[in-house]
Design a protein. Structure first.
Length: 356
């Protein structure tokens, strides 16, 4: 038995780390760039699909062309044409009922001449990804998009829609000039790719179970465990990392001296200086209080209770005896190999401020 994994095919087709981060409900702060690109993606999707119909000679799929069992899950217009906006697919891993894939296709159309169904997946990409796509092809440039389409094709077939290929239709949103660069990449269904994905998630199960277990104890440990997982992409400036909400966890931003706002530093340091002076005075008073309490304890027996009504104070002394462990001695006497099992790494940043 292990943990239950639900994988969203659209966003996590090949990033096991992201699936795990999702489970930790980590705080994420989206950069302006990521926010803009996400907004751009939604903004472009509809028009990319519309352009695809025209360029690829497609028509809307009609309700009679999909199995009866699916008809209640799609929106159908007055002409019987299907809109797949609300169509969510759920598929259990064929070999492990604890792994579930959830996916939502962008569109399924039909060829005007033959009527064969064609899957459409729209992407709005930046210049870097665009260049990679046109020079290397979709499988090498963006394997996560390729796998995403393969999974959708497989899921549609398992629901009884015999679709053998799809198009990744791509718009370069960084295009200079009036018309966007637009290109489509045909992707034929390949069960071997799907089998690899299914096997990969099955193999991930023990690590996933371990991480969800670690997350119950300590988020920092769970994050470190997640970062140990190997992923096939290593460039934070390319998809899927480029727009990933967990980018800062995988690739913590490196700050340089130039990034520092000195006025802000000065403001904070001055306030620290002022507060530390106040604390020093308080500390002196605390020390005096401790001394007086010590004197009082010496004056009083092990058990004592008295209310001084005229000054509104009650004094009570109780005594308890507890074992006092010498932790330093205990740790030194333990075998270092034994201790290593409990060790985790922790990064500490030190700050030292000195006043003249
Ligand atoms: S930044 Fe990249 S490697 Fe890290 S979770 Fe996101 S997609 Fe995965």
């Amino acid at each position: 038995m292990g943990a239950f994994i639900r994988i969203s095919v659209s966003t996590t087709s090949s990033c096991p780390r992201k699936i795990m981060y999702d489970k930790l409900h980590l705080p994420v702060e989206l950069s302006e760039y990521i926010k803009r690109r996400m907004f751009d993606g939604n903004l472009h999707e509809e028009s990319i699909l519309a352009e695809s119909y025209e360029k690829l000679n497609l028509r809307k799929l009609t309700v009679t062309e999909i199995p009866k069992s699916l008809r209640e899950y799609v929106n159908v217009d007055a002409n019987g044409n299907i809109n797949f906006e609300q169509f969510k697919m759920v598929m259990t891993h064929p070999e492990d009922p604890d792994i579930e894939f959830v996916g939502k296709i962008d569109d399924l159309a039909a060829k005007v001449d033959t009527g064969e169904p064609v899957l459409l997946e729209a992407k709005a990409v930046g210049q870097n990804t665009w260049i990679k796509l046109i020079t290397k092809g979709v499988q090498e440039a963006t394997p996560y998009y390729y796998e995403q389409v393969q999974m959708y094709l497989y899921m549609l077939n398992s629901l009884g829609i015999p679709v053998t290929y799809g198009y990744l239709v791509v718009r370069n949103v960084d295009t200079k000039g009036r018309m966007y660069d637009f290109r489509w990449f045909r992707i034929n269904a390949d069960y071997n790719v799907v089998k690899n994905i299914l096997d990969r998630f099955k193999a991930l199960k023990p690590a996933y179970t371990k991480i969800t277990g670690a997350a119950m104890l300590d988020t920092e440990t769970a994050i470190e465990e997640i970062k140990q997982l190997q992923v096939p992409f290593a460039d934070p400036d390319l998809p899927p990392c480029e727009l990933c909400i967990y980018r800062d966890y995988c690739y913590p931003p490196v700050q340089t001296e130039e990034d520092v706002d000195e006025n802000q530093v000065k403001f904070i340091v001055e306030r620290i200086k002022q507060l530390e002076t106040e604390v020093a005075l308080t500390k002196q008073k605390m020390k005096e209080i401790d001394e007086l309490k010590k004197q009082l304890k010496e004056l009083l027996p092990d058990k004592y209770e008295k209310e001084f009504e005229d000054i509104g104070v009650k004094v009570k002394v109780t005594t308890s005896v507890k074992p006092n462990y010498k932790w330093r001695d205990i740790l030194e006497s333990l075998d270092s190999e034994f201790l290593k099992q409990f060790a985790t790494t922790k990064t500490t940043k030190y700050l030292r401020i000195s006043y003249k």
